[in-house]
Design a protein around this ligand. Structure first.
Ligand code: MLT
Length: 275
């Protein structure tokens, strides 16, 4: 019998990974992968909504939340290897993935490496495009700025871009939670993950190989990974579904959980429980 609970620990590669695990033993498994620089707690409302019908797992990516940092540089490849080793350690043969932003980068890399381990994919507020030269430059400037001005200033600036303008005036509790997640990420992890984004390769040319059901979601006001970028993925993945989440920016699952959960419940139920 597996243990159900929050903040449980398991050894994965050279690190200890912290994860939440809920739902029935035999239910289909959904793994949620958070964005940067957040942690598994960003999925609390999704785990609560889906645990009746699914085994729901959210874990902290290396260097985030309560997972260890390990040694050496970070890369999306390394994060994807961690995900696959996490599934091995948990004895999960196959899972459905739901990744937001960085979580989407990791999901795309993992499915490219091991298409046989996944039965469905949700790509939320993410992109298959690599950083432009300007965006790469901005990653380096952000590292310098955190070193000079500190994480609190970085959190303030990030929040302005993460949330839709209307959320900035209505989602006080959610903003406080996001700020707390950012402040709880170590500076070293911020630098290493920003470096990993700088090095990140495009995955658009690999999308045609995906042959599991895919749902693409994006907040209408996402300024970080634009709806146009989501549309590009939709066009490249045959039979993918695409939906814009109203009243949301980059953090669509946090800004409009009702709509986000409705979309993902409908999608997962067609993957698993139809016909
Ligand atoms: C995220 O939410 O994971 C980040 O915005 C990703 C990025 O900056 O590319």
């Amino acid at each position: 019998m597996r243990e159900i609970g929050n903040n449980m620990k398991i050894t994965v590669n050279d690190i200890t990974v912290s994860y939440n695990d809920d739902g029935e033993d035999q239910a289909p498994v959904i793994i949620f992968i958070h964005g940067f620089p957040f942690n598994k707690a960003m999925w609390d409302k999704q785990l609560k909504a889906l645990k009746e019908n699914y085994r729901v797992i959210a874990y902290d990516v290396r260097g985030h939340g309560a997972s260890d940092f390990g040694t050496g540089d970070f890369s999306i490849d390394l994060f994807a290897d961690d995900l696959l080793s996490f599934m091995d350690a948990m004895k999960i043969d196959k899972a459905m993935l739901c990744g937001l932003s960085m979580g989407g980068y990791i999901a795309l890399s993992a499915i490219e490496k091991h298409p046989d381990r996944f039965d469905a994919l949700i790509l939320s507020d993410t992109t298959c495009l690599a950083d432009t030269p300007e965006a790469k430059e901005k990653r380096l400037k952000t590292i310098e700025s955190i070193k000079k001005k500190g994480v609190s200033k970085f959190a303030d600036e990030s929040i302005k871009n993460l949330f839709a303008p209307e959320s900035l005036s209505t989602k006080e509790k959610e903003i406080a939670h996001v700020r707390e997640m950012i402040l709880n990420t170590t500076q070293e992890s911020l630098y290493k993950t920003l470096r990993a984004f700088y090095e990140r390769k495009e995955t658009c040319s690999k999308l045609q190989d995906i042959n599991v059901p895919v749902l693409i979601l994006v907040g209408k006001e996402d300024k970080i990974t634009l709806p146009e970028a989501a549309q590009v993925m939709h066009e490249k993945i045959e039979d993918s579904l695409f939906s814009i989440i109203e009243h949301a920016g980059h953090l669509s699952n946090i800004e409009n959980p009702l709509e986000f959960n409705k979309q993902i419940e409908e999608f997962f139920s067609t993957v698993y429980y139809s016909g």
